[in-house]
Design a binder for this molecule. Sequence first.
Ligand SMILES: NC(=O)c1ccc[n+]([C@@H]2O[C@H](COP(=O)([O-])OP(=O)(O)OC[C@H]3O[C@@H](n4cnc5c(N)ncnc54)[C@H](OP(=O)(O)O)[C@@H]3O)[C@@H](O)[C@H]2O)c1
Length: 419
Amino acid sequence: MSRVLIIGCGGVAGVAITKCCGVSDVFSEICIASRTKSKCDALAKKLRPNTQTVITTAQVNADNKEEVIDLIRSYKPELVMNIALPYQDLVIMEACLECKVNYLDTANYEPEDTEDPKWREIYEKRCKEKGFSAYFDYSWQWAYAKKFEDAGTTALLGSGFDPGVTQAYCAYAKKHIFDEIDTIDILDCNGGDHGYPFATNFNPEINLREVSAPGSYWENGHWVEIPAMSIKREYNFDQVGKKDMYLLHHEEIESLAKNVPEVKRIRFFMTFGESYLTHMRCLEDVGMLSTVPVKYEGVEIVPIQFLKALLPDPAELGPRTKGKTNIGCIFTGRKDGKEKSWYIYNVCDHQECYREVGSQAISYTTGVPAMCGALMLLTKKWNKPGVFTVEEFDPDPFIEALDKYGLPKNICEDPVTVE
Ligand SMILES: NC(=O)c1ccc[n+]([C@@H]2O[C@H](COP(=O)([O-])OP(=O)(O)OC[C@H]3O[C@@H](n4cnc5c(N)ncnc54)[C@H](OP(=O)(O)O)[C@@H]3O)[C@@H](O)[C@H]2O)c1
């Protein structure tokens, strides 16, 4: 019996909330709070007839710490699930600390306006220190570890699929399969087709910032950075087929490098079609991915936010998207002195997700692990104060929950590895 505050009501939150309402004995009361309250009300109205969970809604601007604190104090949740945007991570973490409440999110912090000269200076200094130039990194949130420990509360970072489930697969491989892991390749394949010339599968601003940034991977104790989309491989994915995939920087590489220190190389690949890449390059070339405000006919607009307004809403792609995702990790290493390779992955069907919860598979594969991560904290299966990523906990109950609530794992021994 728990009371949970869920901030955000977009594509991913919609799935997480629907799934929480299916486990009412744990999520007995939830409050859906977001910037646009009408979306929370509409979702609550849709879910109420079929759930025992008591749902309330609220309006909140999660960029404003006092507003979040007031909401937490009045609702008194045990856990705050931040499924808004990564820009809000630090404000919501601080509000949770102030109120001594547990915290969970699905993506690590990045500052919103990285073009602002104030941020630019901090950002360039941080890039030199950390060795890669993505806007996001864990150090902002890891800095709160001692404070959460002292408060006796837990912050679970990145409880989506990647980050999230991919790290649970790493912890599982380490616990059950390998004595030593040498390499980890995380492969994120979306074989779905929504029929639009160009659309992103989750928040366009966050997605386009991520994929247009330089790529990087971890090798022999340091970062190797490469120009965006400059390493391409082809892989034949189970139930999807052959796809081109590109090496990207991704946040879980950073935490895995810290938490699985013997690993010699960690890479992340994501599949993209030619059309997506051509559109993205064009948008970048004309300045549409910029976060710097421009004046248009006396009105200040941020190009990437204007682009978001033009693009299809990822939460609305469900009915149109057909095909499957295949996301997982290929490991190489040793067990009992013998060389070994394993592939742990999940395959998720866009249309099945739509039939079950009304969304496409990208929101589904993120929303289900967000619910399962919350389940781990609320049932105290994961219970230690501080700031943690998924691989720092016992993977077994989490993977069992994923199996049960819609994201079962597949295991392939001796898979084709990526060159
Ligand atoms: N780990 C993973 O595997 C993974 C994969 C995909 C996505 N993600 C993460 O999932 C999160 C949600 O993505 P999404 O596709 O669901 O995004 P989305 O559809 O754009 O939804 C974002 C939601 O947050 C709300 N919001 C934004 N700013 C807010 C603020 N200042 N205060 C209160 N609410 C605010 C939005 O409200 P409005 O309706 O007013 O805009 C909207 O309801 C993102 O952080 C994304 O990076 C993680």
